[in-house]
Design a protein around this ligand. Sequence first.
Ligand code: ARG
Length: 563
Amino acid sequence: MDVKKILSQHIEIDGVSGEEIYSLVTETADSRLGDFSLPCFRFAKALKTSPVKIAEDLKEKFDGCEIVSEVRAVNGYLNFFVDNKVFSRGVLAEAAADGFGSSRAGNGKTICIDYSSINIAKPFHIGHLGTTAIGGSLYKIFKKLGYNVVGINHLGDWGTQFGKLIVAYDLWGDREKIEKGGVEALQEIYVRFHREEETRPELTEQARHWFALIEQGDKRALELFHWFKDITLKEVDKIYKRLNVTFDSYNGESFYNDKMQPVLDQLESKGLIKTSDGAKIVDLSAYDMPPCLLVKADGATLYATRDLAAAFYRKKTYDFDKSLYVVAYQQNLHFRQLFKVLELMGCDWAKDCVHVAYGMVSLAEGAMSTRKGNVVWLSKVLDKAVEKAMAIIDEKNPSLENKAEVAEKVGVGAVMFSALQNARIKDITFSLDKVLNFEGETCPYLQYTYARTGSVLSKAGNIVNARIMPDYSALDNDESKELVKLLNRYPSVIADAADKYEPSVISKYLIDLAQAFNRFYIAHRILDEPTARQIARLTLTKCVNKTIKDGLALLGIDVPEKM
Ligand code: ARG
């Protein structure tokens, strides 16, 4: 319910537009002074009188509306008290309806989101949690706002490591063992390659040769390349299912092999390419950046070359309004260079490309490196979290039904939430004990609160549906009022999260909502009240229940009905 809008429609000031009034009305921090307030200082010049007088005149002129119970003019402010019954009735009707929080803001607009973008034959490690969780959430948020969303997994499926893998496989690999062991088995021989390469430099040469064969389309080389890819995709698919993320395209780096030359030609014809020691670069010194290297002296293209081709391909294929890249901040320079080159090429849509950067995730145990093999596999972190969740359930509620299913939701949710809880740019140190604490600002706390609302509702049975007018005076208390106000904010919270590309806006909101519900739950009876009052409180509970579930779904997190 947009109270600001209703108020601004009832206020008329000469020479001031309704939009301006709307933008000036704010929710007050201290509800003893009123619920909403219009500061009148801005109008003093135009109306040639004091703000105090303006506020008083506006109060006199105010013709009243259902939502306002009282208006006061105080020191140049026009303060409004909202009629709590009318407000509660309106907000709860909206919050109880299907699709609460959705909008049509994005109708007719397309947004591309490049996220997760894992590397083939390499571990899906905890470093990819951020991009997968944040990108997956933005995908759902923009969908909810009516956008046409294209989720792109820009697979890292090109590069000399595939030559290395073939050499390693030929030397030490066993087809059956790898089929069974998956990426971890591939990883083992890859690590071995790096170890042995140090004393056997001919291996490096052989790897280069095999990669060249892949590039030339050699049958056996390609077959092995695709096999590595299949193994990886089959495995990550299981993780994506657990994390509730989906993609519309898996066009990875190799997809752009035949799409780079036209872009390079265009750069050449625009006079943007310089040759430096045989390499082709775009000089960016005028923009305080190192040159963007596009073709090495030996003719090899680079990550940036493929990203450039991908940007054009996406614009042509999807005609996006925005194109997001959810990638770690370590790649800040890469994206600044990429977008600058697009701009220099005269692409006016370069401004619609956004690097949605996020911070590092590290475990207390220390750094992660693929080469040395001390990798923190995401699937193992998830398994561990689920195992721990199971132990907690066994201790707290051993007779719970579907324990395994609940533990999966709690464990995986806890890990996901930890990546979505803070401003994305922050580095986080991950600790299972912390994210699985049921009392902190955590996912289990949200899930537990959800289950609590569910248990109240199921105890109430069918009362909510009875044909009795709810008595909203049962919500005339601070705890209920706070909850109703919070519920009313949900649509704007989603819009704000989208504007900032920041799922944490929703995470923080959900924590506030759950905490407010628990305060309400402790302070007030819900069930032992006259029916009409019960229904008002149950409706409120139902709306909280629905909103927690919906908000968590936007983060890609499932809720157990019982915990
Ligand atoms: N595969 C890359 C990595 O793991 C991320 C790719 C991000 N997307 C892109 N279009 N560059 O670092």
